[in-house]
Design a protein around this ligand. Structure first.
Ligand SMILES: *Cc1c(COP(=O)(O)O)cnc(C)c1O
Length: 963
């Protein structure tokens, strides 16, 4: 008899670490043997340069079980107090339709997908996004809209930059901002303007064209609820060749004349109140619409209609080549990760309610606000704004403290203005009882009754909006907004779209640099807790204790992992982190009396967001060469540093490099920059190859961003949300962003902000907190080591079939590797695109294509893929190599073979089959493919046609009818 197993041993068997990490111990041993290493430690030693290796364990607690971590976090969440929030300022409580909550927000089929770069396997979310674009274009009255930006404030900053690009005949460097703009918007715009060299002037909306300006930002309705007509001033701006940007509210536009009808050039705002939880500030999708003339200057991604090889309409990201422009001066912006999941939710909200349902919601909000206003006025309370949609600003006339006391007692939050007025913004969740409560709070004793006032308004025909601003134009007439109103219809529509997309629920998505790891269910569960979801970003400190505990604990964890001294959670994407980090550097250098430092060195291999962010910070980008091994060319670096002299501001470097290797010279690189008085910015997108093994601070960086949606398990959401907090060394800590509304309350720095909300997309931070707690110090390090193992195992199995472009010490790669497809293309004419599309027939998403080297694949398996899944991928790639060889040998014609015809659809099979290869080869090329066949819903999409015939609204249903 074997000896009984102890409780410790039994408990150790049931841990999250084993479930997060794909290969079990036996598999790891097999893979190590294949890769030629004795152990994980041996492999790590072979790969990571000794000079940067950490010698101590991470100062992070041991792993916790899923149940314990959730229990603990639940207790933390309960320290938040969910008050009724009437604060407004761009954030309003909303009723997330449950069918959308469960089947989109809580559904890995939606949230684990990647940005739809491969349209044939992304038609579902592309349709959801074009619905969203159509909704925004309809409601704003504009020609077209993009597929979301990060938040309203940064969207306004983008609009300012775009206005400068587009107002070509205007030489002014001044931008006007309406004094009734949201305070967080003004602050972000100011921060952005400073380093773009723009001057900001503010004043009443009507005065926008009084000075020489290249553009103006007008808020409609204003932050205090006032409804002023922007049309006259838009006309005046146009007479001066200046552009008019209108920040607005989609709910209000259901009843108000659209900015497009008034001649606005760009329209933006936040779609949060269309069914996306408040979440203490995010994530939400900002919208951005423009006139057709400016479509090629729009920041962010644009979904457009094209056709597939059968001539069937098919959706795709339009103008994708523009994304390459991010690399150089042509950048429209640095936006990469946006807010796709939330844009989808807002679009579905509109599809579910339809135009009538939405109008009813808006009318109800407006009527309740009218009732409130009538009651207050009858009691003699002065309402500052004479017209309104949903927001009243009142003068409390000495009763301010009393009112706030009563509000607190009833668990109600009002907007408290610096000038002493109070604001109330009603929302979709507001009921009659809530308005009665507001009467109690605002008036104390009274005898008003909602039903009576309602009757009075009806009888007297009282209106609260200026007649000329009432909406008369239609919206949302497309069938997609008029079909899915019953829950069954909606459920099936959501499922139908989901089924068109390939996500992590199907197979490995080995996109290099994107780190598509497991997004564990336990990590996702807290996201939908109301204690995290229903908190307004400007709620008083006393109600957000839970969030602060979460933030502080995550801050401690991230400091332990990065070795940095301070963290800012404000940036809501990696690219925003870059911007915030460079901002900290420039602020620090200015404080040292060195504002002349304006040169940013960037290696050739850098991600496109790096130069784009540098440019936004007014830095001059100087490119440093890479050598034949893919490393930064140190000679060239020294030369460029010398050339820059005392203008050197910083170096932006990714580590391990985007070439997938740990450069040996990284220490020297950092020292060179420091000696020359510069700072080192580390792009932390590849932190998955650092955690527990090395750290940005150990390497010598001064600041780095962390893509929590890569390394720390936040799902990619089909192209967002993300979070890009930055870590800094102590000398930069005072230059981290602050916040204009709540900064002082939350002990933040007294510096301009970079995002609308103080902690960016706070409500997804529990995911990263859970990830770190569940893995603990030992699991985090193991994850890194297995990420290295998985990549090196792929290399061991694939290197005889595809050349591996770059390797580091001991001919090892880091956590990702580049497969060079260029020689095959030269020999056979089969391109990287053909291989990418052919992988779909095998049920795989292509690896990252043509970044950082054109004509290559960058493969990053991550630690959470099992040996079986890696082997399936390898088998597919090997079989594809054999297929390419057949083309090379002339067994299949170059223009008719499974590669150039890929991907294959079900339609292909039912056609008369006249191809030189059989149907089996086409759609079931390996035995296991048929077991869970994923069918691309369209054939190959024509990119060029789509860009030439740019069309970014919902196609009419007729266009789908087969001829
Ligand atoms: C993903 C990535 C970025 C940009 O991050 P976002 O979160 O998408 O803005 C920057 N650099 C590298 C190397 C990346 O992989």
């Amino acid at each position: 008899m074997t000896s009984p197993i102890s409780l410790d041993q039994l408990e150790a068997k049931d841990d999250f670490i084993r479930r997060h990490i794909g290969p079990n111990e036996a598999d790891q041993a097999r893979m190590l043997a294949a890769a030629g290493a004795d152990s994980l430690e041996d492999l790590t030693g072979q790969i990571v340069p000794e000079s940067i290796r950490l010698d101590a364990d991470l100062n992070i607690e041991r792993a916790t079980s899923e149940a314990d971590a959730l229990d603990y976090l639940q207790a933390v969440a309960r320290q938040n107090k969910v008050f009724k929030s009437y604060i407004g300022l761009g954030y309003h409580d909303t009723q997330v339709p449950n069918v959308i909550l469960r089947n989109v927000l809580e559904n890995p089929g939606w949230y684990t997908a990647y940005t739809p770069y491969q349209p044939e396997i992304a038609q579902g979310r592309l349709e959801a996004l074009i619905n969203y674009q159509q909704m925004v274009a309809d409601l704003t009255g504009m020609d077209l809209a993009n597929a979301s930006l990060l938040d309203e404030a940064t969207a306004a900053a983008e609009a300012m930059a775009m206005a400068k690009r587009c107002a070509r005949r205007n030489t002014s460097m001044t931008f006007f901002v309406d004094e009734n703009v949201l305070p967080q918007t003004l602050d972000v715009v100011r921060t952005r303007a400073e380093y773009m060299g723009f001057e900001i002037v503010t004043g009443p909306l009507e005065t926008a064209a009084d000075q020489d300006v290249f553009g103006a930002l007008l808020q409609y309705p204003g932050a205090n609820g006032e409804l002023r007509d922007p049309e006259p001033v838009i006309g005046q701006l146009h007479e001066k060749n200046a552009l008019a940007v209108v920040a607005t509210d989609l709910m209000a536009l259901l009843l108000l004349k659209s900015p497009g009808e008034m001649g606005a050039d760009m329209v933006l705002g936040n779609s949060q109140r269309f069914g996306v939880p408040l979440g203490f500030g995010g994530p939400h999708a900002a919208f951005f619409a423009s006139r057709d003339d400016f479509k090629r200057s729009i920041p962010g991604r644009l979904i457009g209609v094209s056709k597939d090889t059968r001539g069937k309409p098919a959706l795709r990201m339009a103008l994708q080549t523009r994304e390459q422009h991010i690399r150089r001066e042509k950048a429209n912006s640095n936006i990469c990760t946006a807010q796709v999941l939330l844009a989808n939710m807002a679009g579905f909200y509109a599809a579910y309610h339809g135009p009538d349902g939405l109008r009813t919601i808006a009318q109800r909000i407006h009527r309740l606000t009218g009732i409130l206003a009538e009651g207050l006025e009858a009691k003699g309370i002065h309402i500052v704004n004479s017209h309104f949609f949903d927001t009243l600003t009142i003068d409390p006339q000495g009763n301010r403290d009393l009112i706030l006391e009563r509000a607190e007692a009833k668990q109600i939050n009002l907007r408290i203005d610096p000038k002493g007025t109070l604001g109330i913004s009603l929302n979709e969740c507001t009921s009659r009882e809530d308005v009665e409560d507001l009467f109690d709070v605002l008036m104390g004793d009274h005898d008003f009754n909602v039903a009576e006032i309602d009757q009075q308004i009806t009888d007297q025909g009282t209106t609260f909006m200026p007649e000329n601003l009432e909406r008369s134009s239609d919206y949302l007439q497309h069938p997609v907004f008029n079909t899915h109103h019953s829950e069954h219809e909606m459920l099936r529509y959501l499922k139908r779209l989901e089924n068109r997309d390939l996500a992590l629920t199907h197979s490995m998505i080995s996109l290099g640099s994107c780190t598509m790891k497991l997004n564990a269910t336990a990590e996702m569960i807290p996201v939908s807790w109301p204690e995290f979801g229903r908190i307004h970003p400007f709620a008083p400190r006393s109600q957000t204790k839970g969030y602060r505990v979460l933030l502080e604990e995550l801050d401690t964890m991230l400091r332990a992992i990065t070795g940095f001294d301070a963290i800012s959670m404000q940036p809501n994407s990696g690219a925003q982190g870059e911007y915030a980090g460079l901002l900290a550097i420039r602020r620090y250098q200015a404080a040292q009396g060195e504002s002349q430092r304006d040169i940013c060195l960037i290696p050739q291999s850098a991600h496109g967001t790096n130069p784009a962010s540098a440019q936004m910070m007014g830095l001059k980008v100087v490119v440093v060469k890479t050598d034949a091994e893919g490393n930064v060319d140190l000679d060239d670096l020294h030369a460029k540093v010398a050339d820059a002299g005392d203008r050197l501001s910083c170096l932006m470097v990714t580590y391990p490099s985007t070439h997938g290797v740990y450069e040996e010279g990284i220490r020297e690189l950092c020292e060179t920059i420091h000696k020359a008085g510069g700072q080192v910015y580390m792009d932390g997108a590849n932190l998955n190859a650092q955690v527990g093994v090395t750290s940005p601070a150990a390497i010598g960086a001064d600041v780095a961003h962390l893509n929590l949606h890569k390394t720390f398990a936040i799902p990619h959401g089909g192209g967002g949300p993300g979070m890009g907090p930055i870590g800094v060394r102590s000398h930069l800590a005072n230059y981290l962003p602050g916040h204009p509304v709540v900064g002082s309350m939350l002990d933040m720095n007294d510096q301009g902000s970079v995002s609308a909300a103080p902690f960016g997309s706070a409500s997804i931070l529990p995911i990263s907190w859970m990830y770190i707690r569940l893995l603990g110090a030992e699991g985090l390090r193991l994850a890194t080591q297995v990420a290295l193992l998985n990549a090196n195992y792929l290399v061991a199995r694939l290197k005889d079939h595809y050349p591996i472009l770059y390797t580091g010490r001991n001919h090892r790669v880091a956590h990702e590797c580049i497969l060079d497809l260029r020689p095959l293309k030269a020999e056979t004419g089969i391109t990287e695109v053909d291989v990418a599309k052919r992988l779909m027939d095998y049920g795989f998403h292509a690896p990252t294509m043509s970044f950082p080297v054109p004509g290559t694949f960058m493969v990053e398996p991550t630690e959470s893929e099992s040996l079986a899944e890696l082997d399936r991928f390898v088998d597919a790639m090997i079989r594809i190599r054999q297929e390419i060889d057949k083309v090379g040998r002339g067994e299949w014609p170059a223009d008719n073979n499974p590669l150039v015809q890929a991907p294959h659809s079900q339609q292909d099979l039912i056609d008369d089959w006249q191809r030189p290869y059989d149907r089996q080869t086409a759609v079931f090329p390996l035995p296991w493919v048929s077991q869970g066949k994923y069918w691309p819903s369209v054939n190959r999409v024509d990119d060029v046609w789509g860009d030439r015939n740019l069309f970014c609204s919902c196609p009419s249903p007729d266009s789908y009818i087969e001829e």
